[in-house]
Design a protein around this ligand. Structure first.
Ligand SMILES: [Mn+2]
Length: 380
């Protein structure tokens, strides 16, 4: 049996106040195309379906449309769990009815865990869902004494393993932070100070572990315990990551085989660094100038309306950094007395850059007088 593993869609997310909904609709369509081409039986989504526990209506509409295409148009089963960004209750609305249609939202900590069993001619696969749950939630659901995420995951996995049926292969969906795995800037910590880390060994009994939470694709411990990664970059720290979905083949007796199929976003997220004039010049002929950009300018002087000018060429520039300006400032050192004696030369420098000419003699006298007045006034 073949299925597609993805996670961390974060539908409704904004980045630097820009809505990513068009990008998300585009990438979700691409995931469906891959599902069709690969002839998968199921799509599993390991949490953080939405970006917020109360998602905007436009995000709900997008998920509704994607679910309809998967279940109705493509006749593919969809299995999902809530992540730490989702509200399990809201995401789980009508889930007991929807499972009859092929939409399995596994959002509850059941006393006796049950699985979604899918089968083809030779293989029966049990899909188990572990909704994101913090230690307090596990403690109250099972009346057990757990205080860490690691202990919580141990209880959840042990409960599931007890329910294994001989002859079935077992896949689990979990949204957690495996100890030693690498993080990105766009994940919200589950708990502060590293207390959210759990051991991968809890998952050893499963034939495949479909993880969510970390946005970079990776495996931990053994190759079958893996994060698919988010379908889009959600921070500039993910600039170098390859975004993909994982196609998993599971048979009655062989170990799982997997392939990571890369995704191509509507607009990439990347950074460029250099001098203002060069960046603008190169930008005009850049076929990808609509990408989401972080621009780092190395120029050491002030530039008037720099963001406005960059935006004319790069409409989706999101953030600007001025490492050149910072470097020059730190070279000069912070010397308040020196600055105090140089108001005139600072103004001359500013005037020259804005007006592209020097002060006339009269203007200079006037500025001197103004500075003098201000200083006199300040001394009173
Ligand atoms: Mn996430």
């Amino acid at each position: 049996m073949r299925f597609l593993h993805t996670s961390d869609w974060h539908i409704g997310r904004t980045f630097h106040n820009v809505s990513l909904l068009d990008d998300q609709a585009y990438i979700l369509d691409q995931i469906l195309e891959i599902a069709i081409a690969q002839k998968v039986t199921a799509i599993v989504v390991s949490g953080d379906i939405y970006d917020r526990s109360v998602p905007p209506a436009t995000a709900v509409a997008l998920l509704d449309s994607v679910v309809h295409k998967i279940i109705h148009d493509l006749n593919i089963s969809l299995i999902m769990i809530p992540g730490n960004h989702d509200s399990a209750q809201r995401l789980g609305f009508a889930s007991r009815q929807l499972k009859h249609a092929g939409l399995h939202i596994l959002g509850e900590l059941e006393q006796t865990p049950s699985s979604v069993v899918l089968s083809d001619t030779e293989t029966q696969v049990a899909f188990w869902g572990m909704p994101y749950a913090d230690p307090a939630h596990v403690r109250s659901a099972y009346q057990v004494n757990v205080s860490t995420h690691d202990q919580g995951i141990q209880v959840l996995t042990e409960n599931i393993v007890k329910q294994f049926t001989p002859g079935q292969r077992n896949v689990v969906l979990s949204h957690c932070f495996l100890d030693g795995a690498s993080e990105s800037d766009s994940e919200r910590p589950l708990s502060i100070g590293g207390a959210d880390r759990v051991s991968w060994q809890h998952f050893e009994a499963f034939d495949y572990v479909a993880l969510g939470h970390l946005h970079g694709r990776q495996f931990k411990g053994v190759e079958r315990i893996r994060y698919s990664g988010s379908p889009l970059k959600y921070s500039f720290s993910e600039e170098k990551q390859i975004k993909s979905v994982t196609i998993v083949d599971i048979s009655a007796s062989e170990p799982c085989a997997f392939e990571q199929v890369p995704l191509k976003p509507l607009r990439n997220m990347r950074s460029i660094e250099g001098e203002f004039e060069t960046i603008l010049k190169n930008g005009i002929s850049d076929p990808n100038r609509e990408d989401y950009l972080l621009v780092k300018l190395t120029d050491t002087h002030a530039i008037l309306d720099v963001m406005g000018k960059l935006r004319e060429v790069f409409p989706n520039i999101l953030h600007l950094e001025r490492p050149g300006l910072m470097a020059q400032r730190s070279d000069q050192g912070v010397a308040p007395q020196q600055l105090n004696t140089n108001e005139l030369s600072m103004f001359e420098d500013f005037f020259g850059q804005v007006m592209q000419r020097e002060l006339t003699k009269d203007e200079k006298a006037l500025v001197e007088q103004v500075i003098d007045n201000v200083q006199q006034g300040g001394a009173k």
